[in-house]
Design a protein around this ligand. Structure first.
Ligand SMILES: [Zn+2]
Length: 83
């Protein structure tokens, strides 16, 4: 059985709360005062397939445009570059 903690990393907010982020769709699943309160939301979370698809396209595009070894002119917006 896969651990929920593996699929839903937690981060602490500046106000001291905990947020649970879905590793597949990158949506904030829940925000609570303790990590234990996040578990029911994590168990109930179902990724939106359309959102997962969009994120995979975004990730693939980022991989293609930010590959190391390519010059900045090939990989990123030239508007921020001066030559
Ligand atoms: Zn998800």
């Amino acid at each position: 059985m896969e651990s929920l903690a593996m699929n839903f990393p937690h981060r602490r907010t500046f106000e001291g709360c905990f947020e649970s982020i879905c590793r597949s769709c990158y949506v904030r699943v829940a925000k609570a005062h303790s990590e234990a309160e996040l578990r029911p939301f994590e168990r109930a979370h179902v990724c939106d397939p359309l959102w997962v698809h969009k994120m995979s396209i975004y990730a693939e595009g980022a991989k293609k445009t930010c590959e190391p070894g390519k010059s900045a002119g090939e990989t990123c917006s030239a508007s921020t570059l001066s030559r």
